[in-house]
Design a protein around this ligand. Structure first.
Ligand code: OGA
Ligand code: MN
Length: 290
């Protein structure tokens, strides 16, 4: 067994969700620097469970930044203007009178069109609506494991083409709706650029393989005709988003959530028209997918 699989916890309490995907962590105060033992256990729990929620951690923006830097250096966040005075924090906001789909409201892994997409995204809830506004997570490692051997062999050499075009390009959904959103979304022709990653990537910490594709950012498969790639990808999305691979995160205010973009997809749910929802968000830089 790997060290990740063996270690017990001495500083924090970790309550895993179904199938070990997602866990709630208590017993650490994220508003202050974590000692080496606690930080090590948080990293272990994160490697095991991919999505960690920390209830009752109403961090200030400065504390959120400091906690993020304990996990790793900030990632580079394009296409949304940062908060004034906080160049590494985005505000995910939806006002009571907004009627369009929420930001992040389709399956994706954050900024997967980058050459080195963020390892982690950290979201701290500020205002949570009384209904709706959950975030769904898909376990892309368990979904990979569940594929039959022939499919795994077929996918092994494939490279997926990623692009921000559907979200942030001049012809995207956001481009048509800019004036109807309170978030400062930046539409740019840059978004039409593409970047190629292995369709199955290997996690640098756990060594587990995961499907690294999403309907928002994967626009094709390298060397494959669009009319062959599209049904293959659609079948994989259908497989990945079966109930057995999904964790539905229900928010409370003052909660910190950290997820691993290297082995998950996520999808922001609506269902709270008439209510405000406000989150603050940082990313942690990642590595080139292999
Ligand atoms: C994000 C995102 C989901 C949510 O911030 O990247 O997808 O539920 N957010 O707000
Ligand atoms: Mn997202």
């Amino acid at each position: 067994m790997s060290p990740v699989a063996e270690a017990a916890y001495r500083t924090i309490t970790v309550k895993p969700r179904a199938h070990g995907f997602g866990a709630e962590v208590t017993g650490a105060d994220l508003s202050r620097p974590l000692d080496a033992a606690t930080l090590g256990e948080v990293r272990t729990a994160w490697a095991r469970h991919a999505v960690l929620s920390f209830p009752n951690q109403p961090l200030s923006l400065d504390e959120l930044e400091a906690f993020t830097l304990q996990i790793g250096p900030f990632g580079d966040d394009p296409y949304v203007a940062p908060m004034p005075g906080h160049p590494n924090v985005l505000e995910v906001r939806r006002e009571p009178d907004e009627t369009l789909s929420p930001f992040g409201g389709a399956w994706h892994s954050d900024w997967s069109f980058q050459a080195a997409p963020p390892a982690a995204t950290i979201l701290r809830s500020e205002v949570i609506p009384p209904v709706g506004g959950d975030t769904l997570f898909c376990d892309a490692a368990r979904a990979y494991d569940a594929l039959d051997e022939a499919t795994k062999a077929q996918l092994a050499p494939m490279k997926a083409v990623h692009s921000a075009s559907r979200a942030y390009g001049p012809k995207s959904q956001y481009a048509r709706e800019l004036d109807q959103r309170s978030m400062p979304i930046i539409v740019s022709p840059e978004a039409d650029k593409t970047c190629v990653h292995p369709l199955v990537r290997t996690h640098p910490v756990t060594g587990r393989k995961a499907l690294f594709i999403s309907p928002v950012y994967t626009v094709g498969i390298e060397g494959m005709a669009p009319n062959a790639a599209a049904p293959l990808l659609a079948g994989l999305y259908q497989h990945m988003t079966q109930d057995q691979f999904i964790y539905r995160h229900v928010w409370r205010e003052g909660m910190v959530l950290i997820w691993d973009n290297r082995c998950t997809m996520h999808n922001a749910m609506g269902g709270y028209d008439g209510h405000r929802r406000v989150m603050h968000r940082t990313t942690v830089a990642g590595e080139t997918p292999v």
